[in-house]
Design a protein around this ligand. Structure first.
Ligand code: FE2
Length: 198
């Protein structure tokens, strides 16, 4: 994928706490990339709603905590692309990371690791701490995915987890992994909500 901001970013000051002045991809470039991998409109709509919500949460946190390293536009693009690996076989969360790396977008690959791939692999005897979120931007993307249901409607993390457990009840191992991940996901929710001051 062509990245239009390379030249301008090269001249930006490189203070570590400064956010990039321009997004890595524009919204329309990211949407075109999503459409290259995702054929169904339902997933596209869910992703667009996630992008909208993630941008809102990130902007509110940034307004309250200007000292934090947080770029709402980057979060919006990460949320838009989090399900990009969904139409490929295997765990879609891991596919999303790999697709963005392959597309030459490692900064966005770090943001799209969502749900519970860490626990899925742990139950297979593989420990991959790189699938746990470390940045606030990644945590906002993860949390947002639990606030928007597959149809694009707003929900809560509790309701969303209940909905996933009903819809995927036949995927025994995956649901075991979700149960294992639940305390971590609720802790992540509390962290983000704490920054929102709610
Ligand atoms: Fe999602």
């Amino acid at each position: 994928m062509e990245r239009e901001s390379t030249q301008e970013n090269a001249s930006l000051p490189s203070h570590p706490r400064e956010s990039p002045k321009r997004p890595i991809l524009t919204y329309s470039e990211a949407l075109a990339l999503l459409r290259k991998y995702i054929p169904d409109e339902k997933t596209i709509y869910h992703s667009e709603r996630c992008a909208e919500k993630a941008y809102e949460l990130a902007s509110r946190i940034r307004a309250k905590h200007p000292d934090l390293t947080l770029d709402p536009e980057k979060v919006r693009i990460g949320a838009l692309l989090h399900d990009i690996g969904k139409s490929q076989p295997g765990e879609h969360e891991i596919n999303s990371v790999e697709i963005l790396k392959k597309e030459g977008l490692p900064e966005l690959a770090e943001l799209v690791c969502h749900s519970y791939p860490y626990e899925i692999l742990l139950l297979r005897g593989i420990e991959k701490p790189e699938y746990l979120p470390t940045s606030l931007e990644n945590k906002i993307v993860i949390y947002t995915d639990y606030l928007i249901d597959p149809d694009g409607n707003s929900t809560t993390m509790e309701e969303r987890i209940r909905e996933i457990k009903t819809r995927k009840k036949d995927q025994i191992q995956r649901m075991k992994a979700l149960t294992l991940a639940e305390p971590r996901l609720y802790k992540l929710r509390d962290e983000v909500e704490g920054l929102l001051g709610e």
